[in-house]
Write a protein of this length. Structure first.
Length: 297
């Protein structure tokens, strides 16, 4: 049964879902599943454990991030209605819920593989995100890099849980792909909400650089991401023909649509670019996973 928006249960659940940022954490879980299927294209209980484990761990980390940034959220228009800011949730309740999700996520990752490495990778991502990126972003724009690394670990969790080695060059390529995706993703958020970010004390690229300079930097990262994506089809033992064509098409669409808009001296539609960039990437990721599974049957 689907709950309507005005339903009392839906209204009670909404602030908890906002606290743990479910729409942002679902793609993270999907990226872990992508890494798993890329190495071992089969549907197994271990894949389910990886998806659940990474989703719960990401949601728990997002909940702790909401607690850490509650004071800063009050200063931004786009975040001032979050549940901790408005008082719809208490800090104690948010902390207990986030801790429970992290605990359940760790348990699922521990069950996903006998060697415990997926769990260690998950904990490393948690430390990087909540222990390094979140506090560091208050003092330096370079916090973007540990944050990007934390977001690039989930595909490795899936890869490793399915039997893939971490010192495999293909695993390194997977890490690079998702790391490079994080940077333009974040830069486009800055460009879209630039007036909001310029009004805060937090050091951000949009406060340090003119809009046109940040546009060019974002384009460079998009081109680097596309170049790494195009190197995946060079591994014929990793991807089938349909998957290789999907990745080539994704990179081509990104470059063709983003290049003229970022080179234009006028202000671009950053919200549209954000959805094109992320939509093309995750659509391609899901299609590749499906094609890999079908070809393995």
């Amino acid at each position: 049964m689907q709950l309507k928006a005005g339903h009392p249960v839906a209204a009670a659940l909404r602030p908890w879902m906002q606290l743990i940022k479910v729409p942002l954490c679902l793609p993270i879980a999907c990226s872990a599943g992508f890494g798993f299927i890329l190495h071992t294209p089969t549907l197994t209980p271990a894949l389910g454990a990886v998806l659940v484990g990474v989703l719960f761990l990401a949601c728990g980390a997002a909940g702790f991030n909401s607690l850490q940034e509650a004071s800063a959220d009050r200063l931004l228009i786009r975040t001032r209605n979050r549940p901790l800011v408005t008082g719809r949730l208490t800090e104690r309740g948010a902390a207990l819920f986030s801790f429970l999700l992290v605990l359940l996520g760790c348990l699922a990752l521990l069950l996903s593989a006998g060697n415990g490495q997926p769990l260690l990778l998950g904990l490393a991502a948690l430390v990087l995100y909540n222990g390094v990126y979140t506090p560091f972003k208050e003092i330096s724009v370079f916090a973007l890099f540990p944050g990007g690394l934390a977001g690039a670990i989930p595909p490795l969790i899936g890869w490793n849980a399915s039997g893939g080695l971490l010192d495999d060059s293909r695993a390194g390529l997977l890490l690079a792909l998702f790391f490079l995706w994080q940077i333009p993703h974040f830069c486009m958020i800055l460009l879209y909400h630039q007036e909001d970010y310029r009004s805060t004390h937090q050091p951000t690229l949009i406060r340090l650089l003119p809009e046109q300079s940040l546009k060019r930097i974002t384009l460079v990262w998009i081109l680097a991401f596309s170049a790494v994506a195009l190197s995946l089809p060079l591994y014929p033992d990793l991807l089938n023909t349909g998957s290789r064509l999907t990745i080539v098409l994704m990179a081509g669409v990104m470059v063709a649509l983003c290049l003229p808009l970022f080179l234009n001296k006028n202000t671009a539609n950053y919200r549209l670019l954000f959805f094109i960039f992320n939509g093309a990437f995750f659509s391609a990721m899901l299609l590749v996973a499906l094609l890999q599974l079908l070809s393995a049957r």
